[in-house]
Design a binder for this molecule. Structure first.
Ligand code: PLP
Length: 460
């Protein structure tokens, strides 16, 4: 961590930390009582908070003898941790191999390569235990690559410790100990748990709110103690939410979780730039959208600190691209929406078969319900899909396929769209390659499928 009074840093790693804290003046006005400050972690050398924990994990591993001179750092990372590790690796003389998912921004992957890191892109919609997942690939590599060390940001407690030692004390000092609430997106959990633990030690009355996404397991686990695989499905928001419980999430430190939809997070990410002049990333948008949802929890005397994890420049092809926003249904268009289709019964509840059931069973189920497609689940988690045209081709090629498990011929899972997506847009999203889309009605806690014929019926 930089010495606050040090005028010249000996290398870029000394420029990590001591980030500014800025008041939000417009977005919360008239909605959230109290003062809202944001801690701008974009001012770190890698433009994200992850520089702090990346360096801490490396230095703890060096001290423990786990990372040796000339070694290779391996990690499954969505980009920001990779950036922190890659910068430290350049300065300290290590190699880096990262695995990431095909959901991540291309800019993030290119940025890692800019620092000389090797990046392997893996599929998103597979279980963490699946050998193709970015978790599994990085675990395999650490066994294969000599003199390598896996940082393991999810379970490596040096992650939360970095925030206990740096982010927490900085926030305490910057607010002169007046902070009453911390609002922070939770991914590995390091930021919320480490920062929150320090602040609560100074003042046990401080409340820590974790921001979660729909499609992630945190909120339900906190509220019920149940790890519910039904909560898991693909989502768009980057950096927060998980489909497992990382050891860095300390559920005793985080008082509660608030879930934010992909659309609300994306729209707010754009508003922060336009209304506050702050170029934050997608999880900053989620955090501020969550803050507004939590408005009734705060009083006029409260001092709320929200952490902005990363920089808007990483989302130029996504949240800051109008075409992408329109494609996802995140820009408002008038007219009939997916929600109207669900409400009027034009779309059916999702029909699914488990991946190890036979193709024959899937065919029977489709015939019984007169459906042209089904979703495939593994352990209730959506992993793929089947449609009539594909089934027909497969059966023609090999009639015996009907005795095989559906997983042997399944196609990628149908994509989720926001329930507010206009029908006009749905018609451009549903193509021969993507014959259906899924919508989640959070109020009913049900998933619905919308097909081409449903959209046609909506027009008449
Ligand atoms: C953009 C972004 N926001 C938020 C988070 C969540 O932070 P943490 O992993 O400390 O919970 C991450 C972590 O990957 C991130 O990359």
């Amino acid at each position: 961590m930089t010495h606050p009074k040090k005028k010249i840093c000996d290398n870029i790693l000394e420029a990590i930390g001591h980030t500014p804290m800025v008041r939000l003046n417009r977005i919360p006005a008239g909605i959230v009582k109290g003062t809202v400050l944001v801690k701008l972690e974009t001012f770190n050398p890698g433009n994200s908070i992850k520089d702090r924990m990346a360096l801490k994990m490396i230095e703890d591993a060096e001290r423990a003898g786990l990372l040796k001179p000339g070694g290779t750092i391996i990690e499954g990372t969505s980009g920001n941790t990779g950036m922190g590790l890659a910068i430290a690796a350049v300065v300290k003389g290590y190699k880096c191999i990262f695995t990431t998912t095909d959901k991540q921004s291309k800019e993030k992957v290119d940025a890692l390569r800019a620092f000389g890191a090797e990046v392997i892109v893996c599929p998103t919609n597979v279980d963490p235990e699946d050998p193709r997942s970015y978790y599994s690939v990085s675990s395999r590599l650490v066994n294969e690559v000599p003199n390598s060390w896996k940082a393991n940001q999810y379970d490596n407690l040096s992650n939360a410790q970095a925030h206990y030692e740096q982010t927490g004390p900085e926030i305490w000092e910057q607010t002169d100990g007046r902070i009453t609430h911390l609002v922070v997106g939770v991914g590995t959990g390091g930021t919320a748990s480490g920062t929150g633990r320090y602040l609560k030690e100074r003042n046990p009355k401080i409340k820590v709110w974790g921001i979660d996404t729909y499609g992630s397991v945190f909120k339900k686990y906190k509220e019920t103690g149940v790890f519910d695989k039904n909560e898991i499905y693909p989502y768009i928001t980057e950096g927060i939410g998980e489909d497992f419980l990382p050891q860095n999430v300390d559920f005793d430190v985080i008082d509660g979780f608030e879930k934010v939809t992909d659309k609300d997070a994306a729209v707010m990410t754009r508003r922060i730039a336009r209304e506050e002049g702050i170029f934050g990333g997608n999880s900053a948008g989620a955090a501020i959208a969550g803050l507004l949802q939590l408005k009734d929890r705060f009083t006029a005397d409260d001092l709320i600190v929200v952490i902005f994890h990363d920089h808007g420049s990483r989302y130029m092809a996504k949240m800051f691209n109008d075409e992408w926003m329109r494609e996802k249904g995140f820009l408002d268009v008038s007219g009939l929406t997916a929600r109207d289709m669900v409400a009027s019964g034009l779309s059916g509840e999702l029909l699914s078969v488990e991946a190890d059931e036979t193709v024959e069973k899937a065919i029977r189920l489709m015939a019984r319900h007169d459906f042209s497609q089904v979703s495939i689940t593994r352990d209730k988690r959506l992993v793929g899909s089947l449609n009539e045209t594909h089934l027909y081709d497969e059966l023609l090629r090999n009639p015996e396929v009907r005795h095989q498990p559906v997983s042997s011929i399944m196609l990628p899972a149908f994509p989720f769209v926001d329930i507010t997506t206009p029908v006009e847009l749905l018609s451009t999203m549903i193509t021969p390659q993507t014959p259906a889309v899924l919508v989640r009605d959070f109020k009913l806690d049900k998933t619905f499928i919308i097909t081409r014929s449903d959209v046609i019926r909506a027009f008449v």
